[in-house]
Design a protein around this ligand. Structure first.
Ligand code: NAP
Ligand code: ZN
Length: 363
């Protein structure tokens, strides 16, 4: 894994020397997270101390649109950027990866991002998460939304690995409770889905198991006290769990709760983590049929049954909408080509079965 992981308090300012070799830094972020979290100030100070010039692109939306990344890439190219820094949740971090690609490949058309081989490798990327959930800072995936389609497609490129990832829990202090929980649950799903992937290795399973355990324990015990979510130890634990999830899916990818969840995000604006969590209980139940032992390893480690984990997740996401039959048909159409359906112990072969799962879980 080529990313240098720097985890700890004030890690950007303590490692400002890493900015030294760059003169023109293009910062990719969304409207508020970089400023609210304090990460932007730290980056600008580090750049300034090294006499680097910065340009800020703060137009990234949640579930980033491919066209916005294309535009950012053009601007970064015109600026002659030599480094892209993504600051924010998974949306700006993923957008930074696409921007770094478009900036070094100025002659490609937008959809060419999905058709390798490419002429040039991406510009180097630094990633600074302000949510603890996606793990995007340590993997090469950029989940982008196709314009006009409400559908996501992954750009997975070996040169999209951030060169450095700076993980400082203080950047999550400003994250509201709901997003803190949704992003934590996203990381929980990454760890569980990674553990059950046929691509899992003993190393990725160890990391994933530490991840789902720390996230479950942290949220379960934290929920007991007022203002819990702003506690430093809780924030640090969740950031660690998110990092573990990112490292684990780096090896394996994710399972079917992800593509099934994308539809709930677009249709109901349900945040990404909660949307995946809606399907995690069913994912565990089906996998238990295919590989009882592996699922038992997970439930034993967590210290809760599948039904208890599902109830815990339901309590957190609280999703209660009931889509119509036509809406379910549309969900299946959008999700069915995802490779994730085969990336678990239990393999889903048909669109009919995806429909049945949607009906069982949310109708
Ligand atoms: P996000 O979409 O990046 O951000 C969600 C919201 O959180 C935004 O409204 C943002 O506010 C706010 N926010 C972020 N940090 C904040 C902070 N420190 N303080 C206050 N507000 C803050 O959320 P996410 O869950 O981290 O990322 C989800 C995206 O990542 C999805 O597109 C998903 O598909 C993708 N994803 C990628 C991977 C991967 O491996 N690459 C894995 C899982 C998910 P503002 O917009 O107002 O600034
Ligand atoms: Zn996710």
């Amino acid at each position: 894994m080529p990313t240098k992981i720097i985890f700890g308090d004030d890690c950007v300012s303590k490692n400002a020397a890493l900015f030294k070799q760059y003169r023109k830094i293009f910062i990719v972020t969304d409207k508020n997270s970089a400023k609210l979290s304090g990460a932007l100030d730290d980056v600008l100070t580090a750049a300034n101390n090294n006499n680097a010039e910065c340009m800020i692109f703060d137009e990234v939306n949640e579930n980033p649109l491919l066209s916005v990344c294309f535009d950012a890439g053009k601007k970064a190219h015109a600026f002659k950027a030599d480094l892209i820094i993504g600051i924010g949740g998974g949306s700006p971090l993923d957008a930074a990866k696409a921007t770094a690609f478009f900036a070094s490949n100025p002659n490609v058309k937008m959809m060419d991002i999905y058709t390798p081989p490419y002429e040039n490798i991406s510009l180097p990327i630094f990633a600074i998460p302000t949510t603890a959930g996606t793990g995007s800072e340590v993997n090469p995936y950029a989940i982008l939304t196709l314009d006009g389609k409400d559908q996501k497609k992954t750009f997975n490129y070996i040169h999209s690995y951030p060169q450095a990832a700076f993980l400082d829990w203080k950047y999550m202090k400003s994250l509201p409770e709901k997003m803190t929980l949704s992003t934590a649950v996203d990381a929980f799903c990454h760890c569980v889905e990674s553990y059950l992937s046929p691509k899992a290795s003993p190393i990725s399973k160890t990391i994933a198991a530490d991840g789902f355990k720390i996230i479950f324990d942290t949220i379960k015990s934290a929920k007991k006290s007022e203002g819990y979510i702003f506690d430093a130890e809780i924030r640090r634990n969740l950031l660690l769990g998110s990092l573990y999830g990112g490292l684990a899916i780096n090896c394996t990818g994710t399972g079917f709760p992800h593509p099934m969840g994308y539809n709930l995000t677009f249709e109901y604006r349900l945040p990404h983590g909660f949307a995946c969590a809606v399907f995690l209980g069913e994912y565990l139940r089906l996998n238990s049929k295919a590989n009882f032992v592996m699922v038992k390893e997970i439930t034993d480690r967590i210290g809760a049954s599948i039904e208890e984990i599902d109830a815990w997740l339901y309590d957190l996401h609280g999703f209660r909408d009931k889509p119509s039959g036509d809406t379910i048909e549309m969900f299946v159409e959008k999700a069915k080509s995802a490779a994730n359906f085969k990336n678990s112990q239990y393999i889903i072969e048909s669109a009919e079965e995806i429909k049945e799962i949607y009906k069982r879980i949310i109708c």
